[in-house]
Design a protein. Sequence first.
Length: 525
Amino acid sequence: MVVDLRFENGTLSGSLGLPGLMALLVLLGALAFTIRMLRKGGLHLPARFARVPADFGLPDLWPPFFWTAVMLWVGLMLTLTAGLFGLIFEVLFHSVVRAGDSDAWNFRFLLAQMVALTGVLGAVVALPFTLLKLSLSRAQTTTAQESLFNDKINATTTDLYAQRQISEEERQVWQDDVLRRNAALDRLEALVVERPQEARRISRLLSVYIRELSREFPAQTHPYLQVFTLTHPQGYSRPLKEEEAFYELGIQPADAELHALSDWAEILRPVRSDMESAAQILGRLGGISGVDRRSLEIDLRHANLQGFHLNGSDFSGARLAFANTQGVRLNNAKLCNADLHRAQLQGARLERANLEHASLDYAGLEVAVFDGARMTSANLNRSRLDEAYLCNADLRQCRLMSANLGAARLDGAVLTGARMDHANLSTAGLVGTQLDGVLLDQVRFSPSTAVKDATFKGSALRLVNCSFSEFQQAQIDQAFGDASVRLGDLKRPTHWSDKTLSPDEFATEWHAYQRSIGMDPDDPT
């Protein structure tokens, strides 16, 4: 490389020879090729080199940009080094200059160039070491912050099992310090606000806290639930008749009626205020700025949540299987995709709650209130909804197979596309209910089942007795059925099959009828 630098009449001038120009072009070409290969993935760096940007505290920097900067730094450093040594040799072999010589000013400028170039080269060489120092300093700061945060967590966790000593009958006893524990729970929520990425860790801690206290303070039971356990035992135990269950429990039949269960659930109160506070905080974590709701791990299986006030809480995706939630207030709550398998929600209030895609199979939902709730595609198979209030609820495409809806109120509810095989609708209220596209296979109606103004467009009736219900001819004409349906004084529509069809044959002809009226069998909604 030929570099000619001159200083004449106060002006710095120079020229770059052909070899120098060629070297510069080669360097630029190599940079362009490297960037192109890195962008297209054709050039794979070894693992050690891939970690270099992170070592310099630049983990988020685009790799092609980083390595381009490295190559430019190397080229600049080599150029400055070569220039510095060139100046040094020029000074060493320069003839002696006296003060009055005409070349004195150029010699002084040569010395100034050497000093300036030395300073610039020092700064360029020091750049990577400065970045490493900053990276190490940042890592030390992060470690100190993590240590401080862990100390806060540990101090708060210590307060979660705080106890106090009190005098009782002239002796000192220890009891849980509930006030101090509530204060610790508040601090945990504040820690999530301070560091949202720790929400998952704290959600696990709060879940364990509630579950462990639920062992110490188990849920209450009502005679209705005790009778049901004896008459519908799990496993291979012999089921008792109701009379036998009443005798064994030593109670009267009136003690185990649904209205008594409703009154009991209405007056239930939380067994511990700190347990309720922990559950309320769990329900608020998803709403804290910066928290990824999907990262939370809310696991309250078998927990005692009786009588808790959790209105507006967000328990989407929570695990609440087998939880005892009788009398709980969950109005306007979010329970999307929540697992409530075999949960006990007797007398619970879930007005306008969001239960889309929730799993409530085998759940106890007697006398619960779901007024205006959104339950699209929810799983309610074999659930017990006796005297439940589901007016104006959105139950589109939900599954209610073998569900017990005896005396349930579904007035104004939307059940378009739902599955209700073997469901019990005895004495149920279906006034103004939309049952379009619903499979009503072996559903039980009774003379007191109210179906006034209900719609059955594109629905299917199979092995159903409609002779003693208040069905109207217009409702029957909207639906599809076969010879297995008992219609009493109602006329059999012409589009119905005149023979009893097998399940597969019935499904084929039903779907053909739906298509003929412009309804999609796969999505009746």
